[in-house]
Ligand binder design. Sequence first.
Ligand SMILES: [Zn+2]
Length: 75
Amino acid sequence: MTLYDYKCDGCGVRFEQDHPMSAPPVRVCPECGAEKVRKILSTGGVQIAGSRPSPSAAPPPCASGGCAGGMCGLG
Ligand SMILES: [Zn+2]
């Protein structure tokens, strides 16, 4: 079973439903009965781009205290 997040565009309710991937997605809202339910991205395991700093953003050599200001030509 896989847990899916759904949102109803009719009444705005958001709910979770777990069903096998082979099963058809939920179409009818359990709250208002409108067929305006759409599947939304689950919050589990999904990283929003830009939410974490890049691992390559290391400080330049001069900022690490390896040399005095201006002596290596980078500062
Ligand atoms: Zn609804």
